[in-house]
Ligand binder design. Structure first.
Ligand SMILES: C[S@@+](CC[C@H](N)C(=O)[O-])C[C@H]1O[C@@H](n2cnc3c(N)ncnc32)[C@H](O)[C@@H]1O
Length: 350
């Protein structure tokens, strides 16, 4: 992909807040679903030492390479997997890595990806319009820009970029195509809409294309559902998002799963049978301090939300999970896959 990446160029966001929200303990096991340069992963491993284990996932093979170097000092405590987190549950089952104490999503792109040449994520660097997180994906941003109808483009730019000038931009794209590079697209957008203060005119369209290419919203929603099932008793799920579309999905998901009933308000008594599986840890979102934003301007839009897995009353499943975790401190059953499987079968957990 013609990329030079180095871990030192990505500063992890809300690092202390993340460790606190995950309630990382010595001997804990955690999944970092968005490994990136391994900044959060290193802090998790540090705080869960001795005996902590981390499964790190990233769709981008370049990120895995960088993180591998950064986490080399932790040896076998860190297991890194180059895959999309849409397969979170399958990955954890494959590696017998469940239940877990903590799961982290630090969404979006790393500075390594934004600053790298050749990936097409940034409108400030000329590159082919690619924007795929992984080279194994089929559809690039150029495919979308050059094949979608004007109506489809306008819809995509409005929906994923929340761009008020979506129709004007779509019209200019269709008139000017074929469009091959980031700067060519950025210039077309600049010519299509009035100048706005501060934000670059291409910002929202680039966000929309990246979300569409990587199917970010669908993947997030699916992975959140899988994450809850992987959490053991009192396990924590922490999500850092950087734009309102992601944050809305996270907020709605967490609030829904923290309710005992999700019936519409006009229904007088509950018919849904929904039981809360999560408890909100922070009712208000956690955002970076002014000092952090000054040090790392890219952190300015970060919003952290955290929840804890709770156990509904009754049921073998919950009891079994509680037992795994009460034994975890002794290096107990949850570290031994064969025993764990037997235990799961006894309680019909598979
Ligand atoms: C903001 S960065 C994470 C930075 C990391 N926390 C650190 O401290 O270095 C987000 C990472 O998530 C990865 N990513 C985004 N969506 C993904 C997905 N659906 N599956 C796997 N990885 C994904 C990106 O490739 C990127 O490396």
């Amino acid at each position: 992909m013609g990329v030079v990446m180095s871990a030192v160029t990505h500063i992890p966001v809300l690092i202390q807040e993340t460790i606190e929200a995950l309630a990382v303990q010595p001997g804990g096991r955690a999944v970092d679903c968005t490994l990136g340069a391994g900044g959060h992963a290193a802090a998790i491993l540090e705080s869960s030492s001795p005996g902590g284990q981390l499964l790190g996932i990233d769709a981008d093979p370049e990120a895995i390479k960088v993180a591998k170097e950064r986490l080399a000092a932790y040896g076998g405590s860190a297991l890194l997997v180059n895959e999309n987190f849409i397969n979170l549950q399958a990955i954890c089952f494959r590696h017998d890595f469940y239940p877990v104490h903590g799961i982290l999503f630090d969404l979006g792109l790393s500075s390594l990806q934004l600053d790298s040449t050749g990936r097409g994520f940034s409108f400030q660097r000329d590159a082919p319009l690619d924007m795929r997180l992984s080279p194994s994906q089929q559809v690039t941003a150029a495919d979308i820009v050059n094949t979608f109808s004007e109506g489809e483009l306008a819809h995509l730019i409005r929906r994923y970029g929340e761009e008020g000038y979506s129709r004007q931009i779509a019209r200019s794209i269709v008139t000017e195509r074929p469009i091959r590079t980031t700067l060519q697209l950025a210039r077309i957008i600049e010519g299509a809409i009035p100048r706005r203060d501060r934000i670059n005119p291409a910002t929202k369209t680039f966000q929309a294309l990246r979300i569409a290419v990587n199917r970010e919203l669908e993947h997030l929603e699916t992975a959140l559902r899988q994450a809850v099932d992987l959490l053991g008793f009192e396990g924590r799920l922490v999500v850092i998002s950087y734009h309102s579309l992601d944050d809305r999905i996270v907020k709605q998901f967490m609030h829904r799963e923290a309710k005992d009933c999700i019936c519409p308000p006009e229904i007088p008594s509950c018919v849904c049978g929904h039981k809360a599986s999560l408890k909100l840890i922070n009712r208000r979102i956690i955002t970076p301090s002014l000092a952090e934003v000054k040090l790392n301007p890219r952190s300015r839009s970060a919003r952290l939300r955290a929840v804890e897995r709770i156990i509904a009353s009754g049921g073998y499943e919950q009891t079994a999970e509680k037992m795994y975790f009460s034994m975890a401190g002794d290096g107990g059953i949850w570290r031994r896959p064969a025993l764990l499987k037997k235990f799961r079968m006894t309680f019909s957990l598979s």
